[in-house]
Design a binder for this molecule. Structure first.
Ligand code: ATP
Ligand code: MG
Length: 248
C-alpha cells in the first residue's frame, strides 16, 4: 500500500510500512511491531522531534564511542528495517563494529539482517551464526550470545531498542551501554550509562553529524564531554518535560 506524502501522518505511516515489510520478509518479529507502538506513543508525547536533552545525550554518547577502544553498534530487526543505511554511515564515521543481536534469535533472521547491512555498505557484520560463540553472564536466553571480536570485547556498546535485561547485563559486565529508547522510564533507559530518549531514525543520523565535528577533538577533550554529562539528571528533565507538556 502506498501512502500519499500529503497525508498528515505520512512519516509515521512510512516507518510502520517499513516494519511491516520487514515482517513479511521474516526479520522483524510480531513483538517488534508492538515495541514500535510503545515507542510511537512516547514519541508523540515528546513532539516527534529531537528534544534538547536528547541532543545533549547524543553528543555525550558520540564522544564516548569516539574515545572507546572497541565500540560496537548492536543491531536488531526493527533497527535494520528502519535505518540500515544510517547505521552503516555512523559505524564508518566513528569507526565502530556492527553486530547483529536479536531477542528472538534464529539463524534465518540473523542472515537476513546481515544481508541488509551488507547491501547498505557494511564491510563486515559481527555476531552471525557460529561467530556469536560467547555468552554474556547473567542472561539465559539466546540473546546472551555475542561475538568474541564484537560485543564480548567491546568497552562501549550502542544498543538501539534494547531490552532491559540485556542492558542490565551489559552494564554488570563492565561495558558502557548507550541506549536509544523513546521511553525514559524503561529499565533500559534507567540502567544505560548514557540514555538517548529519541527515535532511532533521528538519533543515528544526529550522532553521525555530531561525530563529524567531534572526531577532530583529542581523546582527553572527548572524555571530558562524557564526564560533564549527567545521565540521571538528563532523564529527570525529560520526564519533567513530558509532565509539563501534558499539563499545558
Ligand atoms: P525494558 O525491557 O527496557 O523495561 P520494555 O520491555 O517496555 O522496556 P521492550 O519491548 O523491551 O520495552 O523494548 C522496546 C522499547 O523500544 C520501548 O521502550 C520503546 O519505547 C522503544 N522503541 C520502540 N521503537 C522505537 C524507535 N523507533 N526509536 C526509539 N525507541 C523505540
Ligand atoms: Mg523489555
Amino acid at each position: 500500500m502506498k501512502t500519499s506524502k500529503k497525508h498528515p501522518r505520512y512519516e509515521s505511516l512510512k516507518y510502520r510500512h517499513m516494519l511491516v515489510e520487514g515482517m513479511k520478509k521474516g526479520y522483524v518479529t510480531q513483538s517488534g511491531l508492538i515495541a514500535h507502538g510503545r515507542g510511537e506513543a512516547f514519541d508523540y508525547l515528546l513532539g516527534e522531534k529531537t528534544i534538547p536533552e536528547a541532543f545533549t545525550a547524543e553528543k555525550a554518547a558520540t564522544a564516548l564511542m569516539l574515545s572507546s577502544r572497541n565500540p560496537v553498534i548492536s543491531v536488531n530487526g526493527n533497527t535494520a528495517a528502519l535505518c540500515p543505511k544510517d547505521i552503516v554511515r555512523l559505524a564508518r564515521t566513528i569507526d565502530a563494529k556492527i553486530e547483529v543481536n536479536l531477542y528472538y534469535r534464529t539463524v534465518k533472521r540473523e542472515r537476513l539482517i546481515e544481508k541488509i547491512l551488507l547491501k547498505n555498505g557494511a564491510g563486515k557484520v559481527y555476531g552471525v551464526g557460529r561467530k556469536a560463540s560467547k555468552r554474556i553472564p547473567g542472561l539465559h536466553s539466546e540473546r546472551a550470545k555475542v561475538d568474541p571480536e564484537g560485543i564480548w570485547s567491546a568497552d562501549a556498546v550502542l544498543v538501539p531498542l534494547e531490552d532491559g535485561d540485556r542492558a542490565e547485563a551489559l552494564a554488570k559486565s563492565g561495558k558502557k551501554a548507550v541506549s536509544i529508547d523513546l521511553n525514559p522510564l524503561s529499565r533500559t533507559s534507567q540502567t544505560a550509562y548514557i540514555s538517548i530518549v529519541d527515535n532511532v531514525v533521528r538519533a543515528i543520523p544526529n550522532m553521525t553529524k555530531i561525530a563529524l565535528e567531534l572526531r577532530k577533538l583529542n581523546c582527553e577533550t572527548l572524555r571530558s564531554i562524557v564526564e560533564e554529562f549527567d545521565n540521571a539528571e538528563n532523564l529527570e528533565k525529560i520526564v519533567g518535560r513530558i509532565r509539563t507538556g501534558l499539563s499545558e
